[in-house]
Design a protein around this ligand. Sequence first.
Ligand code: GDP
Ligand code: MG
Length: 182
Amino acid sequence: PPPPQQKEYLFKVLVIGDLGVGKTSFIKRYVHQIFSQHYRATIGVDFALKVLSWDEHTVIRLQLWDIAGQERYGNMTRVYYREAVGAFIVFDVTRASTFEAVLKWKADLDSKVTLSNGKPVPAVLLANKADQVREGLIPQLPRLEPFCKEHGFVGCFETSAKENTNIEEAAHCLVENILSQD
Ligand code: GDP
Ligand code: MG
């Protein structure tokens, strides 16, 4: 018998947030199941491809766009954002300045790209380095759920790229939201 109809999607997904929050670590963990203390900051844009057998009929290719070196400016060009259908916005739970930057990144995203139907690109907030909470959680960190609702994130997760906590869950949440857009 002929193979069942398979749908294939290619999704461009951005991973943004301040320098050192764990963007590259998140991608390496998710795509290659590895963690290292030292990722060289290659200058420019880096890609990683994660292929998901989503269900019997659906294959999803997630093209994860990492940024390297440009985070320090706190914004990216429209060209970089073009045709993105989802985003992870990452901060480091031990560094307040990286949390304060979250809304700046969200605003940058929303001002430079929308879905073809005009809606904002679904974004998931990652509170990364959750394994380090004991070493000092940002004292003024608000409760994340209400924060995410208020600011239009489709989900938020306390992640650890180091300990592989909530990485798959966060990605699953984003993909579900991307799929429900069309
Ligand atoms: P990027 O600049 O956002 O790409 O951040 P990197 O992925 O290069 O990570 C910066 C530093 O934080 C590196 O030393 C990583 O090993 C470390 N790091 C990243 N994620 C985690 C995590 O979940 N827990 C801990 N403890 N360290 C992490
Ligand atoms: Mg990096």
